[in-house]
Design a protein around this ligand. Structure first.
Ligand SMILES: *Cc1c(COP(=O)(O)O)cnc(C)c1O
Length: 391
């Protein structure tokens, strides 16, 4: 087998932690019951496991277990939150506020609603990737029903000021949704302190399995109404029908448990690794550090490189490292990243960007190899560009 590139794409997905796999396995075979079967042991076992994950998730964000609705991931949770609120509150108003740097799983449902007649305000970001709270304040209207601002950005790692946004929404009785797909298990989240009404979660960005997520739905102060987007047997208090996927739910709980237990030490370790990667790269000329230097995920480093072609850069890096570039993450399109262009970068500079997503299983030794190869690649491309221009 050939040597595989070093995995540094932890914002796309993460490997499942072996402790998570071990917790899941019995729920495929021995404990295979349907958690909705209330008349026998098989159902009770599965229901107990689901209940445990509900409790873990609730505790992780300072919610109650009844406020957790399982979904297939953050995409579905975002759709349920945004379209569910729009459908339940359209008589109150038809205006929604979101941000230019949101994930497509937020922007696309908003676009869909726009086609149905809703009005959508898309806030710009500042040079550091943070939203301007004064702009948010100006965007509020009497008919605003929902504000959706992500917790942590999947490209540039920027952490938005959730508590301030939550306070502003709460004062105006506007529902506040946050997409916390990149944040759960990595930064402290508290739906009470931050006045969050809806929060989208997923397991596979935090060493859990793909295909499982949740939506936190506030039940008190205020009680948030949601129109279900999937109808059926009335599971999850009618908000999301479909037989619960017990092994995935068990894995989700275990992943969050581990994430929280190791959060403080891991944040420190990842911050150090990121610093050790940035330091040598920063010595090159024409390198932009994207996003706020402090208000960011520990494992995220995103840079834009002047004087190189984006496609050639990625091609040069690929044999050694698995990273993402500055083109749209949906591989079907080759548009430049909407997050990097929202930062004010030209299309060319946006393409010539690298997202390093450092995670639990990366080591200092790997970071050294990656830094060395990235520098050599950038210098090589710049030199060859110089030669071809000069000749
Ligand atoms: C990955 C991601 C999603 C999509 O989550 P899935 O569970 O893969 O559907 C949504 N929002 C953000 C910010 C993400 O990083």
């Amino acid at each position: 087998m050939s040597i595989r590139p070093i995995y540094l794409d932890c914002h796309a997905t993460t490997p499942v932690d072996e402790r998570v796999v071990a917790a899941m396995l019995p729920y495929f075979t021995e404990h295979f019951g349907n958690p909705a079967s209330i008349s026998h042991l098989y159902g009770w076992e599965a229901e107990a496991a689901v209940k445990q994950t509900r409790e873990i998730l609730a505790a992780a964000i300072n919610a109650t277990p009844q406020e957790i609705v399982f979904t297939s991931g953050a995409t579905e949770a975002n759709n349920l939150a945004i379209k569910g609120v729009a459908e339940a509150y359209f008589q109150k108003g038809q205006h929604i506020i979101t941000v230019a740097t949101e994930h497509s799983a937020v922007l696309d449902p908003c676009n869909y609603l726009k086609n149905l007649g809703f009005e959508i305000t898309i806030l710009p970001i500042q040079k550091d990737g943070l939203i301007d709270l004064i702009e948010l304040k100006k965007a509020f209207r009497p008919e605003t029903i929902l504000v959706s601002v992500m917790a942590a950005n999947n490209e540039i790692g920027v952490l938005q000021p959730l508590a301030e946004i939550g306070e502003m929404c709460h004062q105006r009785q506007i529902i506040f949704h946050t997409d916390a797909a990149q944040a759960i298990g990595k930064i402290p989240l508290d739906v009470q302190a931050m006045k969050i009404d809806l929060m989208s979660l997923t397991a596979h960005k935090v060493y859990g399995p793909k295909g499982i997520g949740a939506l936190y739905v506030r039940r008190r102060n205020p009680r948030v109404q949601l129109a279900p987007q999937q109808h059926g047997g009335g599971h999850e208090r009618g908000m999301r029908s479909g037989t619960l996927y017990t092994p995935q739910i068990v894995g989700f709980g275990k992943a969050i448990e581990i994430g929280l237990a190791e959060q403080a030490t891991e944040t420190q370790r990842l911050t150090q690794l990121r610093q050790n990667l940035w330091e040598p790269l920063s010595k090159l000329s024409g390198i932009h550090f994207n996003g706020h230097p402090q208000a960011r995920l520990a494992g995220n480093l995103n840079i834009s490189v002047e004087g190189v072609d984006g496609a050639a850069l990625l091609l040069g890096l690929q044999p050694v490292m698995a990273v993402s570039s500055g083109s749209a993450c949906s591989s079907a399109t080759t548009a430049p990243s909407h997050v990097l262009t929202a930062l004010g970068h030209s299309q060319k500079l946006a393409y010539a960007s690298i997202r390093f997503g450092i995670g639990r299983f990366n080591t200092q030794q790997e970071i050294d190899i990656v830094a060395k190869h990235a520098i050599a690649t950038i210098q090589g491309l710049r030199n060859s560009a110089f030669v071809s221009v000069g000749s």
